[in-house]
Design a binder for this molecule. Structure first.
Ligand code: ZN
Length: 248
């Protein structure tokens, strides 16, 4: 019954959003709410394209990103590859929908590691939030963000990892890419040297996500959206907005 109610609320607000948000059809037929919270299938969305078919190295054929992101990424990859033909550059993670983010979140929520000596649901959520987003709040929902090579900061401190990271920091902006979770921020997720974002599109999605949250806060705070949603949903705007200022 609860689930039916939630579906009804989401349907209602997707109809309102469609009218009040997007006149340029940037969401390609999906409502802004469903798009920005990852409730769609990128492999069937007209604005997305697979990385494999675009000549961008990736670790599986299931990687999809927005066409605009792919165009810019292909240019950037080509130039990097020309300069450093022997260094591997590979996409490891791309668009993740609400349900795959929910799987990641709840796997951590139930794991021993995140439950050890934990005193409250909020404390557990904050532990997970060091590196993982709540479902419905991840930039990976938007088709603009992706992870490369190795998902540890150490890898980027020496050798090939350092070369890639320094090159991206120097040149990424020329193609439209920034590192949203850089060092030196006072709140939000920990630093992620492997996570890059196509900001010409992502900054528009960020603005719209904030509008949605203000309008439909209850849909992020409700019990049973995902495990812990009622105790941690209020943190969403802090994590979504605590990003590198170059990405805004
Ligand atoms: Zn990421």
């Amino acid at each position: 019954m609860k689930n039916i109610c939630l579906i009804l609320i989401i349907t209602q607000c997707t109809l309102m959003d469609a009218a009040s948000f997007s006149k340029d059809n940037i969401y390609g037929g999906v409502s802004p709410f469903n798009y920005l919270t990852g409730r769609f299938d990128p492999s069937r969305h007209s604005r997305f394209i697979s990385l494999r078919s675009s000549g961008i190295p990736s670790d599986s054929k299931r990687h999809f990103l927005r066409k605009e992101t792919v165009r810019a990424l292909r240019k950037m990859y080509k130039d990097f590859h020309k300069r450093y033909p022997k260094i591997k550059f590979r996409v490891r993670s791309s668009t993740r929908n609400f349900y795959s983010q929910k799987y990641i979140w709840e796997k951590k929520w139930n794991s021993k590691r995140y439950n050890k000596n934990v005193k409250s649901a909020l404390e557990k959520a904050k532990r997970i939030l060091r590196y993982s987003s709540m479902p419905g709040t991840s930039r990976h929902h938007w088709g603009t963000d992706f992870d490369i090579n190795v998902l540890t900061n150490e890898y980027y401190n020496s050798g090939n990892g350092k070369i890639i990271y320094q090159w991206l920091k120097r040149n990424g902006w020329k193609y439209g890419f920034c590192q949203p979770y850089n060092s030196g921020r006072k709140s939000g997720y920990m630093e992620e040297k492997w996570h890059w974002s196509y900001y010409p599109l992502a900054r528009r999605f960020l603005k719209d996500w904030n509008k949605l949250y203000r309008k439909h806060k209850n849909l992020f705070l409700k019990r049973n959206i995902f495990k812990g949603s009622s105790s941690s949903g209020h943190l969403a705007p802090i994590y979504v907005n605590s990003i590198n200022k170059d990405c805004k």
